[in-house]
Write a protein that binds this ligand. Sequence first.
Ligand SMILES: [Zn+2]
Length: 58
Amino acid sequence: MTHCPECEAVLDMEEDDVEEGQTLNCPECDAELEVVSTNPVELDVVSGGDEEEEGEDW
Ligand SMILES: [Zn+2]
């Protein structure tokens, strides 16, 4: 089971469906995610725009 690293939503995908380096958007939080590994599937958040990784307390 793969989870969104941003919002922990369960992403129902299989290794066959994705390729390493592929990017996709989380259906829950719309974060852009990059497939960094396919076995098992691991996702990493692609930092978009000029936002820092964590900018909550500004
Ligand atoms: Zn998400």
